[in-house]
Design a protein around this ligand. Structure first.
Ligand SMILES: [Zn+2]
Length: 463
C-alpha cells in the first residue's frame, strides 16, 4: 500500500480520534437519556454561542446582533429567514465569517455532491470536523461498535486509481482499524476478491452508502458467496426499504441508517429499535411546510449548525423531507424522532397532473425485484418514464414487466413507462448513486381540480 496514504490516514486518526473527541463522545452518550428539558437548555446555550459568532457573518449580522439572551430557539424562527443552496451560491462571501473566504490553511473545503445541478463549496472549521467525529462515534456505538473494532468501508473514498485493473482494490488503514474497499471497482469480476479480503481482515461491521452495500449484497448473491457482518451502518444517500431488506438478509446483519449532509446542519441516527433520533446537541432541526411554518405533517428539513465557525449555516433548507414522530422511544433515549426521510439524491418525479411523487415510493417499484442488479427511474417527458435496468445473468423480460406492473399499480398507472436494459448505470463522481433522475426543467402544470383517488399504497404520496 502507498506509504503516503497510510500516513495520511494515520495522521487523520491521530487528529480526529484524540482524547478530547473520545471524551466528548462519552459525554454525548452519558446525556442521551436526559430529560428533554435538559436537551433544550443545552440547545439554547449552543445556539446562543453560534448566534453570538454569527454577528461577524454579514448575512446574519443584523438578526444575530439583536438575539435575546433567552429563548433563542423561538427567536431563531422569527428573525432568521430560511436560506438554501441558491442563496449561498448567489452571495457566498456574505455567509462566511468576516465576509471573506478563509485562508488556505484556516478551514477545510468540501463540496456538496450537487445532485440538483448546483454544487456548493462548504467551508468547515477544524473544530467542527473534530466535533463531527464525536457524533459519528456515538452513532457507531448505538450500532454496537467499540473502539478498536474493525470496519469494512464501502463509501466515496478514492481507494485506488479508477483505471487500476488488478487487485488490490482496497486499502487498509491500521490506525483507524478500517478496510476501505473501492466502490468504483465493485463488479462481478472483483466481488470474490473483495469478499475474501474482508473475510481475512475480520471486519464485523460494514460502513457503506446504501447503494454500494446493496450492490455488494446483490453481487455476492449472484456469485453465491457468503459474507456476514453483525451490523451495517448506512448513510449519505436515501436508504430504500428494498435495499435494507436485501442488505440485512444477505449479510445477516442489522442495518443502522443515519442522516447527515455535507453542510453539517443536522445529524440523526437509528437506535437499536430502528427509530431515527435527531441529535439535539448537533444543531437545530426543523420540519417546515411550503410556507416555512413548522408542521407535524411531512415537510422539508431545515437545519442550523452549532459548530462551524467558518461558515455557519443558519436555517438552511435541505432537499430532504421527513416528519416528526412524537411517540417516545423504548430505547430510553430522549432525543426527538423523525421518520420517512425522503428525497436524498433523488430528483423529484411528477405524475401527469403535476403532483410530486415521493421518492420513497419509487422504492416500491423495485421492491422485491428479481434478477435486477441496478435500476434507475428517469422522467423523460410529462407522461413518460424510462426504467433503466442493469440485468443479472438470470434476467428475463418478465422481470422487467414485473417492475412496470408494480410501478403502474403502486406509483402511477397514468404515466407511460418502458424498460431500457443497459450494461451499467454509473454512479456520480462522488461514488453515490441516483435511483431517480428528472430531466424536465419544470414541473408539469397542476390540474384545476384534484384527480381521482389513488390506490391505497400511494396514499402517503407527497402532494
Ligand atoms: Zn430509540
Amino acid at each position: 500500500m502507498p506509504l503516503s496514504q497510510t500516513l495520511k490516514y494515520t495522521l487523520r486518526h491521530v487528529a480526529k480520534r484524540n482524547p478530547w473527541v473520545l471524551r466528548r463522545c462519552a459525554e454525548l452518550i452519558s446525556r442521551e437519556r436526559a430529560h428533554p428539558a435538559m436537551h433544550r437548555v443545552r440547545q439554547e446555550r449552543l445556539l446562543a454561542n453560534i448566534l453570538a459568532h454569527a454577528r461577524s457573518v454579514p448575512a446574519y449580522a443584523r438578526a444575530a446582533a439583536a438575539a435575546p439572551a433567552r429563548d433563542g430557539l423561538a427567536y431563531l424562527r422569527d428573525a432568521f429567514p430560511i436560506i438554501d443552496k441558491l442563496s449561498l451560491r448567489a452571495e457566498p462571501e456574505r455567509y462566511l465569517t468576516g465576509g471573506r473566504l478563509p485562508g488556505r490553511h484556516a478551514a477545510l473545503l468540501a463540496e456538496t455532491s450537487g445532485t440538483t445541478g448546483t454544487p456548493l463549496d462548504v467551508y468547515r472549521s477544524f473544530g467542527s470536523a473534530l466535533v463531527e467525529e464525536a457524533f459519528h462515534l456515538q452513532s457507531w456505538h448505538w450500532a454496537g461498535w467499540r473502539p478498536g473494532e474493525k470496519q469494512a468501508v464501502l463509501r466515496g473514498e478514492r481507494v485506488v486509481p479508477i483505471a487500476q485493473r488488478s487487485a488490490p482494490f482496497w486499502f487498509e488503514d491500521p490506525a483507524g482499524a478500517q478496510l476501505f474497499l473501492s466502490t468504483r471497482h465493485l463488479d462481478p469480476d472483483t466481488v470474490a476478491q473483495l469478499a475474501a479480503r474482508v473475510l481475512s481482515y475480520g471486519a464485523r461491521q460494514l460502513r457503506a452508502y446504501p447503494s454500494a452495500a446493496y450492490d455488494f449484497a446483490t453481487l455476492l448473491t449472484e456469485a453465491d458467496i457468503e459474507l456476514r457482518f453483525d451490523t451495517v451502518i448506512t448513510g449519505s444517500e436515501m436508504l430504500y426499504d428494498f435495499q435494507r431488506e436485501r442488505i440485512e438478509s444477505v449479510f445477516g446483519a442489522r442495518v443502522f441508517d443515519h442522516y447527515g449532509m455535507a453542510e453539517r446542519v443536522a445529524f440523526a441516527a437509528e437506535c437499536e429499535l430502528g427509530r431515527m433520533h435527531v441529535n439535539p446537541e448537533y444543531g437545530v432541526l426543523e420540519i417546515v411546510d411550503e410556507d416555512g411554518n413548522p408542521t407535524d405533517d411531512e415537510g422539508t428539513i431545515v437545519g442550523t449548525s452549532f459548530f462551524n465557525r467558518v461558515m455557519p449555516f443558519i436555517r438552511y433548507k435541505m432537499n430532504d423531507s421527513a416528519r416528526w414522530n412524537h411517540e417516545p422511544c423504548a430505547c430510553g433515549r430522549t432525543y426527538p424522532v423523525i421518520e420517512g426521510i425522503g428525497g436524498r439524491l433523488a430528483d423529484q418525479l411528477y405524475d401527469i397532473d403535476g403532483r410530486a411523487v415521493n421518492g420513497t415510493v419509487i422504492g416500491f417499484a423495485f421492491d422485491g425485484m428479481r434478477n435486477v442488479h441496478k435500476g434507475q427511474v428517469i422522467q423523460t417527458a410529462v407522461d413518460r418514464w424510462t426504467i433503466r435496468i442493469v440485468p443479472t445473468s438470470n434476467y428475463r423480460a418478465i422481470d422487467g414487466e414485473r417492475v412496470l406492473a408494480k410501478l403502474a399499480e403502486q406509483v402511477s398507472a397514468r404515466v407511460r413507462a418502458h424498460i431500457e436494459v443497459v450494461r451499467d448505470i454509473p454512479s456520480l463522481p462522488s461514488g453515490k448513486y441516483k435511483w431517480v433522475v428528472q430531466t424536465l426543467d419544470r414541473r408539469p402544470a397542476a390540474p384545476k381540480r384534484r384527480a381521482q383517488s389513488r390506490p391505497a399504497l400511494t396514499a402517503g404520496l407527497a402532494v
